[in-house]
Design a protein around this ligand. Structure first.
Ligand SMILES: C[S@@+](CC[C@H](N)C(=O)[O-])C[C@H]1O[C@@H](n2cnc3c(N)ncnc32)[C@H](O)[C@@H]1O
Length: 210
């Protein structure tokens, strides 16, 4: 995780303009309601939080990431804005079981909403992690995933994969579609050469049967 500790120092200044509108759209698709709880998995520097707070102030928000450096940035953002309803904790997403989460936050929680932006292309064993996410999502809860898929590989794909330590060959939305209902998928308006492929948002609802 050392790389993201270093990357955290320039992450927001180099990428935030690029992803701003996509975050707004992803959070719109979360369809947040007052009183709900939400977890941002691989939350990084907390770049989603201001959009979530702008949509609804009455939420219980959690963020988790493996990188201490990214979480430090997220924590100072929370402090600066006095966001007392946002709690961060460190975790390898592969360990996100209900028991693990309970130990971290001292609460037995499952979540109304899950968001993961640019995480599943980076995290190893992403299919296992997606299953873990669905395990901690409430029945009828909604999950929103934003990520990049390279249909045609080129130099930019290679470069983004190197910089982000990502694998842009993962057909994440296809797996999500199989495991959720009310599935929706759309491309987001970001130039492919900037992100190494097509940026998409995919969302679905957890049903009883998966
Ligand atoms: C490209 S960044 C995305 C950060 C943030 N979601 C955003 O939208 O800006 C990928 C994030 O995945 C995190 N990450 C990588 N491997 C992880 C793992 N095994 N478990 C949890 N987070 C991980 C990194 O620390 C980093 O913050």
């Amino acid at each position: 995780m050392k790389w993201y500790d270093v990357f955290s120092n320039i992450y927001d200044s180099s990428l935030e303009k690029l992803y701003f509108k996509s975050r707004v759209r992803a959070i719109e698709l979360l369809d947040l309601k007052s009183g709900q709880n939400l977890i941002d998995i691989a939350c990084g520097t907390g770049a989603n939080f201001k959009h979530i707070k702008a949509t609804n102030e009455e939420l219980e928000i959690y963020g988790t990431d493996f990188s201490e450096g990214m979480l430090r940035k997220g924590q100072s953002l929370i402090k600066k804005n006095n966001w007392n309803d946002i709690t961060l904790f460190q975790a390898d997403a592969r360990e996100l079981t209900p028991e693990f989460i309970k130990k971290q936050i001292n609460k037995d929680l499952s979540f109304d909403r899950i968001i993961c932006v640019l995480g599943l292309s980076v995290i190893p064993e992403w299919e296992v992690v997606l299953d873990k996410m669905l395990d901690i999502l409430k029945e009828n809860g909604r999950i929103v995933i934003v990520d990049v898929f390279a249909e045609k590989r080129n130099f930019n794909t290679w470069l983004v994969e190197k910089i982000a330590k990502a694998d842009l060959n993962r057909k994440i939305w296809q797996t999500l579609e199989k495991k959720t209902t009310n599935f929706h998928y759309e491309y987001l308006p970001v130039k492919e050469n900037k992100v190494g492929g097509k940026l998409f948002v995919a969302t679905g609802i957890k049903s009883k049967r998966r």
